[in-house]
Design a protein around this ligand. Structure first.
Ligand code: FMN
Length: 274
């Protein structure tokens, strides 16, 4: 049985998410993954125990964008019983505000801004990870969204664009906007998904900001999750590829947190998954 405060209670997704954020237990979140984070994928994740929190893949936002119906379906028909955070990507402030207001009309627990996408087609337009090259613009976007969004507002970032030279400035900007949650993927945009993850840099963020922080990058087992929590001093983990490979990971982490033995899947379990 899940602790009651981690499933959606009668007050709805926002209240559930806020009580999770205020709680003491480390949080688990399934990472936003474009073309993976579907309603069906979440259903499978939930069958294997599932995380505390789900993130949608990003809604592309520009002056004439409309809410993507496929992503919206996973929010409106959320089969998990867990809060869902809707992620947006873009840099057009009026369009981002309009989209956030539209998303607030759906059962989302919060709204997240993507500051990490490393796809050239995205960053060349100064969106996603591209915004990390322009802290002032990021500052303006966060200020406008913080003012406009009435439900929890979070950011998912990397350590910088080419290098980590303006990481401290970025952390300062995030702090100024009093986010509800920050997720840090411990790589720069240029490092894509390949290099080692800089957990010490994530720790620096956790020490700097006053709101909860999720550590992200290469968490593949409960044992490693414990090390990451210890190093980063974060409020929990966001896990992407590790959950695709091992959908038991969230259950295994919960067992580890309770001091119970971490059960490994049998060969039959793995066959069933495939
Ligand atoms: C197929 C795929 C799609 C992704 N799509 C998104 C996305 O829509 N938004 C986002 O913020 N990150 C996206 N990411 C990045 C992940 O959320 C995560 O930050 C990254 O995979 C590192 O975490 P992991 O090592 O646990 O996978 C994507 C990653 C993958 C592998």
């Amino acid at each position: 049985m899940e602790p009651a405060e981690k499933t959606i209670n009668s007050k709805g997704p926002v209240a559930s998410f806020r009580s999770m954020l205020a709680g003491k237990d480390p949080l688990t979140a399934l990472a936003p993954m474009q073309a993976v984070s579907s309603l069906e994928f979440w259903q499978v994740m939930q069958e294997y125990g599932g995380p505390d929190l789900y993130f949608t893949e990003y809604f592309r936002v520009h002056s004439t964008s409309r809410l993507n119906k496929f992503i919206l379906r996973s929010i409106d028909q959320n089969p998990t019983g867990k809060p869902v955070i809707a992620q947006m990507i873009g840099n057009d402030i009026p369009a981002l505000i309009r989209t956030a207001k539209e998303l607030e009309q759906h059962p989302v627990a919060g709204i997240d801004l993507n500051l990490g996408c490393p796809a050239p087609i995205v960053y060349k337009k100064c969106a996603g990870g591209g915004l990390l090259r322009d802290p002032l613009r990021t500052h303006r976007i966060l200020g406008a969204l913080r003012d406009a969004i009435e439900i929890p507002f979070s950011v998912k970032t990397r350590l910088g664009f080419e290098n980590t030279d303006n990481y401290e400035d970025l952390l300062d900007i995030f702090s100024q906007h009093d986010l509800d949650l920050l997720t840090v993927h411990g790589r720069t945009v240029k490092q894509m998904y390949r290099s080692t993850v800089d957990y010490k840099a994530i720790q620096k963020a956790a020490k700097t900001v006053s709101f909860p922080l999720l550590a992200n990058g290469n968490v593949y087992s409960a044992e490693h999750a414990a090390e990451v929590l210890n190093t980063t001093q974060s409020a929990g983990w966001m896990i992407g590829r590790g959950a695709i490979r091992n959908p038991w990971i969230f259950c295994q982490i919960r067992s580890m947190l309770k001091g119970e033995a971490v059960e490994l899947p049998t060969g039959r379990d793995v066959l069933r998954l495939h």
